[in-house]
Design a binder for this molecule. Structure first.
Ligand SMILES: Nc1ncnc2c1ncn2[C@@H]1O[C@H](COP(=O)(O)OP(=O)(O)OP(=O)(O)O)[C@@H](O)[C@H]1O
Ligand SMILES: [Mg+2]
Length: 249
């Protein structure tokens, strides 16, 4: 479904050139819950931003069903973005708007039929278990509830893929569990392919059938989660699993 091929992303800042991703290749299949795990600064968010077309690669391609995302513009780009929902770590909710208005926002922005937008919004609030909070404001919600609003909003255009950047890293373990269960339900019931960026091995273990381990801008290991975790080959995977402690030599 998603093919990442020879993807390299470099940034130029005051201190010079930074290579955030170096010649990355990955295949994400339809229906996968795909975990991308690595330490801080490894390039995870940059990868997600390249997938969601928020960032343009320096070289290499990302395709969705064979279409190169970074060659699209105008209406084609808008249509493609509707096929991919994005969930951010910091929720990115509109604080001056109610839960219902937040979820409806992408559809209202696209000029959707108001009655249909209202129907779809109620359906999504039901799905994420927040019907009772429809008229509350984000400031009145817990972190887990805010993330549920963000997930509902990301699903409003009925995307085929949900791209999640550290969706649970600001949440406690019990709330994390319930948000992960929601994502798994969305994958199973709505057949949405899910890509989860995380630095927590527990998140991958809980819901990802596939995993790729990223270390210093490159993938060091990828495949079936159970197989990789049963016999980790790379040092980074073993570290993440807690087999080795970091040492400086
Ligand atoms: N806009 C930018 N300009 C310059 N450098 C950047 C930019 N965005 C990212 N980088 C650099 O690219 C590298 C990868 O950053 P990225 O945010 O992708 O890491 P990450 O794996 O998501 O880390 P974290 O777990 O802390 O979120 C870092 O060295 C970062 O400083
Ligand atoms: Mg990040």
């Amino acid at each position: 479904m998603i093919e990442i091929s020879h993807l390299t992303k470099k940034f130029n800042d005051k201190s010079g050139e930074v290579t955030a991703l170096h010649d990355v290749n990955l295949s994400i299949g339809r229906g996968d819950v795909f975990g991308i795990i690595g330490m801080s600064g490894a390039g995870k968010s940059t990868l997600l931003r390249c997938l969601s077309t928020l960032e343009t690669p320096t070289s290499g391609t990302v395709t969705l069903d064979g279409v190169n995302l970074h060659t699209l513009s105008g209406n084609d780009l808008i249509q493609m973005r509707r096929r991919m929902g994005v969930v951010f770590q910091g929720y990115n909710l509109l604080m001056q708007r109610t839960v219902r208005q937040n979820v409806a926002f992408p559809l209202s922005l696209a000029g959707g039929d108001p009655a249909e937008t209202a129907r779809r919004t109620s359906e999504l609030l039901e799905l994420v278990g927040l019907s009772a909070k429809a008229d509350s404001y984000p400031s009145q919600l817990s972190g887990g509830q805010k993330q549920r609003v963000a997930i509902a909003r990301a699903l409003s255009t009925s995307p085929e893929v949900l791209l999640c950047d550290e969706p649970t890293s600001a949440l406690d373990s019990l709330t994390t569990k319930s948000v992960l269960e929601l994502l798994r339900d969305i994958n199973r019931k709505l057949n949405v392919t899910i890509v989860i960026i995380t630095h927590e091995i527990a998140v991958v273990k809980a819901i990802c059938n596939k995993v790729a381990v990223i270390d210093a801008s490159e993938f060091v290991e990828w495949g079936d989660t159970q197989e990789i975790f049963a016999a980790p080959k790379s040092r980074m995977t073993r570290q993440l699993l807690g087999y080795e402690v970091m040492n400086d030599d």
